[in-house]
Design a protein around this ligand. Structure first.
Ligand code: PMP
Length: 289
């Protein structure tokens, strides 16, 4: 069965799906995106992702390519046509094709692309061992709250992490505080047991998984603080983990080669991950053999 993509009104075999060479997404990275996880056939945190997509488009004055209700329909249709039970659904909106000019086109025809890739998510072994991260300066622009397709710093950061044998890169602001991962939010549990993650601002992308995990923490009565933290504080703490649509909550056991706490995944990350899966309403895909 071929993979099916959606491009500007058409469902096409993946290899035949294409976009105009003067699409502003291609020319200027003038576009935004979302990644929605499909777990057990369910769209995880659909509302949150669509709310953030609307916000990103609004911040950049990109008009809706279709009505929100139509987008919801297309999302389901792409999942259905790919028979995707466990998958990552990718949604991209750009300001569309127009003769190359920095200024906005007068009558933009925004482009809408959806693709769906099946995934097995992380194997259980990764959850049992935890992952390692390396740190790097945050070289991104000053509007990281917008989920823009301009991802070159993250491309370089992820490659650097990969070459170092790490799963993720943690980016540091000029004062040495962790902003976030290249494609995830960063969390720690301090030595006194407080859950800490950086507060939303223009410095980070306010992760939808992050928001849901904070909701889970409130429901579970877990104390948390939204504030910046340093690598030294993370290493002196009990636990660290990352969150994103594709990793849910994934324990970090090494930072720049040094162990976090006792070097083993901690209980709070596990509890929050379980609570997140309950919130989505599906078993953890890592527990499905
Ligand atoms: N920060 C960055 C920079 C990201 O790219 C992502 C994932 N796209 C996240 C955080 C996590 O966001 P979410 O939980 O919405 O996937």
């Amino acid at each position: 069965m071929p993979r099916i993509a959606y491009v500007n009104g058409r469902y096409l075999p993946h290899g035949e799906a294409s976009i105009h060479i003067e699409d502003r997404g291609f020319q200027f990275a003038d576009g935004v995106y979302e990644v929605v996880t499909v777990v057990g056939g369910k769209l995880a945190d659909e509302e949150g992702h669509l709310t953030r997509l609307a916000r990103s488009m609004n911040e950049l004055s990109i008009p809706w390519p279709v009505k929100p209700a139509t987008l919801r329909f297309i999302m389901r249709e792409v999942v259905r046509r790919n028979r995707a039970d466990n998958a990552l659904l990718y949604i991209q909106v750009t300001r569309g094709a127009a003769p190359r000019d920095f200024r906005f086109p007068k009558d933009p025809a925004p482009s809408l692309v959806l693709t769906c890739r099946r995934t097995a998510f992380q194997p259980a072994s990764l959850l049992e061992k935890g992952v390692s991260v390396i740190t790097m300066p945050d070289i991104r622009w000053l509007r990281r709250d917008i989920k823009s397709v301009s991802l070159l710093p993250q491309v370089l950061g992820k490659q650097k992490a990969f070459e170092a044998g790490a799963f993720e890169g943690w980016q540091l602001d000029p004062d040495g505080y962790v902003t976030e991962g290249c494609s995830s939010n960063a969390w720690i549990v301090t030595a006194d047991g407080t859950l800490v993650t950086r507060q939303p601002s223009n410095d980070i992308l306010n992760g939808i998984t992050r928001l849901s995990l904070l909701e889970c923490a409130r429901e579970l009565g877990i104390a948390y603080k939204e504030r910046p933290f340093t690598v030294a504080e993370a290493l002196a703490g009990r636990e660290a983990f990352i969150s994103s649509a594709s990793t849910f909550a994934l324990p970090v056991t090494r930072i720049d080669g040094k162990p976090v706490g006792d070097g083993k995944p901690g209980p709070l990350a596990r509890r929050l991950r379980q609570a997140y899966m309950d919130h989505v309403g599906t078993p953890d895909p890592a527990s499905i053999k």
